[in-house]
Design a binder for this molecule. Structure first.
Ligand code: SF4
Length: 387
């Protein structure tokens, strides 16, 4: 199911570029992490998120069956509550005109959708009308690209799981555990080829937020590879950034080297593989991840690592390994326990829940990397990839 089409129908005739209320213009629509309408108002970016009424939670306005809430899109803290409320009310007024028809259409799509159950793994082949999603703060504009939605790597602390589950509920799909389902966007390479013709040449980030682009199904479907080939064949390929926790990217080294500006990133939360196994049993081992980075660096592809969250293990050894394989490193702390409550309750790892421990380790790692001459970055794009 392509929820994108339904979101557009929900707020129609309003679309990207239109004014919702005087001074507030719709700049983007997105459905990967829930239904989201992004507006620019008073020089700042505001996201309005739409959820089903039965999901509950805080909201600023509602229709008969939907809740609308707002949040700041620029990562700079709060939105003026009066403005947020007015925008939500104005959108709710529009949505209430179409909601019955749109929710009925979603139900019809759900009845037609076919999910293939492969020994407990639910794989759905879906066709999308749009692929690239605008993302980032004004200083780091880029597009995200998700060949898949849902992730069979299934890291317990993955912060995407509640948001993707929300989208599944909106699409009337059964509730199943994170890590057991994935949507395969089978027409992604063709849609990408079409979109590349009309969009600004911003960096494209193969989105690790809702999926891993190199999870197991990629071996069979080759959607990530197809998208990379489309980018390599473009008249003027944009910078490309791919982040993974698996080793399958090694298959596509030839396509990475055919791209003029490509970066491969690997998530490495610890140097200790026993710790990795405890938290990410289905991800590649730490030696495999480092070997992947090493082989890409040797072939001249840009490399980086993302250390998020920070898990127990030797910081000096981690810094040594990253310095040997990465051009730069992004460090971030645990953002919530999500499905990893049990793993983090284990006495061997319980100290990693402490925000103070996370901050101290982040600082220690940043210093160790700086001492080894490795650039440490914050935000969404590594150095040299700013839009
Ligand atoms: S690999 Fe990434 S997207 Fe997949 S479950 Fe782990 S953290 Fe989430």
């Amino acid at each position: 199911m392509d929820l994108d089409r339904h979101l557009r129908a929900l707020i129609s005739p309003l679309g990207v570029g239109d004014e919702l209320v005087p001074g507030a213009v719709v700049t983007a629509l997105s459905t990967e992490l829930g239904l989201r309408i992004t507006l620019e108002a008073g020089g700042r970016e505001i996201h309005i998120e739409v959820a089903r009424a039965e999901d509950g939670g805080r909201f600023a306005a509602r229709t008969e069956r939907l809740l609308l809430r707002y949040r700041d899109g620029g990562g700079r803290g709060g939105v003026d509550p009066k403005l947020g409320l007015n925008l939500c009310k104005a959108l709710a007024a529009r949505a209430s005109v179409h909601e019955r028809q749109v929710l009925d259409a979603i139900a019809e799509d759900a009845a037609r959708a076919r999910e293939i159950d492969e020994g407990g793994t639910r794989v759905r082949e879906v066709r999308v009308e749009r692929l690239l999603a605008p993302a980032g703060t004004p200083a780091e504009r880029h597009h995200t690209l998700s060949p898949y939605v849902g992730c069979l790597v299934g890291c317990r602390f993955c912060y995407a799981q509640s948001r993707v589950a929300e989208v599944r509920r909106l699409a009337l799909l059964p509730e199943v555990p994170w890590g057991s389902y994935v949507d395969v966007r089978v027409n992604a390479p063709e849609v990408l080829a079409e979109e590349l013709r009309g969009l600004p040449r911003l960096p494209i980030k193969f989105c690790p937020i809702v999926s891993d682009p190199y999870q197991a199904v990629e071996r069979r479907y080759r959607i990530t590879r197809g998208c990379l080939e489309t980018l390599a064949a473009a008249a003027s390929p944009p910078p490309v950034l791919v982040l993974t926790r698996t080793r399958l990217a090694e298959r596509d080294l030839d396509v990475f080297t055919a791209l003029p500006r490509a970066w491969l990133g690997v998530s490495i939360p610890t140097i200790d593989d026993a710790t990795r196994r405890h938290f990410e049993p289905r991800g590649a081992s730490i030696p495999e991840r480092l070997a992947l980075l090493g082989s890409f660096a040797k072939a001249g592809v840009g490399t980086f690592a993302v250390v998020q969250p920070i898990l127990p293990g030797s910081i000096p050894e981690l810094a040594d390994a990253l310095a040997a394989t990465c051009g730069s490193v992004s460090i971030d702390v645990l953002r919530g326990e999500f499905g990893a409550v049990e793993e983090l309750a284990d006495p061997r790892f319980a100290h990693a829940r402490d925000p103070g421990w996370q901050r101290a380790r982040a600082e220690e790692l940043a210093s160790a990397l700086a001492a080894r001459g490795v650039a440490v970055w914050e935000g969404e794009l590594p150095p040299g990839l700013g839009g």
